[in-house]
Design a protein around this ligand. Structure first.
Ligand SMILES: [Zn+2]
Length: 191
């Protein structure tokens, strides 16, 4: 094959590969905080300090994960707390998949989250009823009001399982396991 055809094929293939990697879900116009395993995308009207506080990351969480909260800025505080929560969820499931680099997409209120889901799929929100994970966009969708450790941890469980299992277990089994993460994180909230 001559150079012309190689270049021509590259011209066709490379842009479509990028298009696949950045599947568009219509979330758009959000600010982003880059994190180690989750980038945090949030809409206008979301208060980062409130979000960080709602995760209730305790001294015990820090000790169990050997990670510290970074208080050098509101962005770093939130990203570090999300990272601690991810490590807690991984430990609860005993599934350690550190190749994850997914997104958490945060709407300012529950109505926006519902409208977003309804626009794409119709019907009521699946999963916790307050949040959901879409593997095709590698994204957790949640709103500021329900940004709680047990709810976000439940969705992190889905993101972890999607990668951990070569053959995906049934939806029922996935919900049982994600529910177990939710239960453990809720139970350990004030420890
Ligand atoms: Zn679920």
């Amino acid at each position: 094959m001559n150079k012309f055809w190689l270049l021509f094929i590259a011209f066709l293939v490379i842009p479509s590969a990028f298009a696949r990697a950045e599947a568009v879900d219509g979330f758009g116009d959000a600010k982003t905080i880059a994190g180690e395993h989750f980038d945090i995308d949030y809409k206008d009207g979301v208060d980062l300090a409130v979000l960080a506080d709602k995760l209730k990351i305790s001294d015990t969480d820090q000790q169990l994960t050997s990670l510290k909260i970074d208080t050098s800025s509101p962005e770093k505080e939130l990203a570090s707390k999300v990272e601690i929560l991810f490590n807690r969820a991984s430990d609860v499931l005993d599934m350690h998949v550190y190749s994850i680099h997914a997104h958490i997409k945060i709407f300012a209120d529950f109505q926006q989250l519902q409208d977003f889901y309804h626009h794409m799929y119709q019907g009521n929100l699946p999963c916790t009823g307050f949040s959901f994970y879409l593997p095709q966009y590698d994204s957790i969708y949640i709103c500021a009001f329900y940004f709680r450790r047990e709810i976000l941890g439940h969705e992190m469980g889905h993101a972890i399982m999607t990668r951990y299992f070569v053959v995906q277990p049934s939806i029922k089994i996935q919900e049982v396991l994600a529910g177990y993460v939710e239960y453990q994180l809720r139970k350990s909230k004030d420890q």
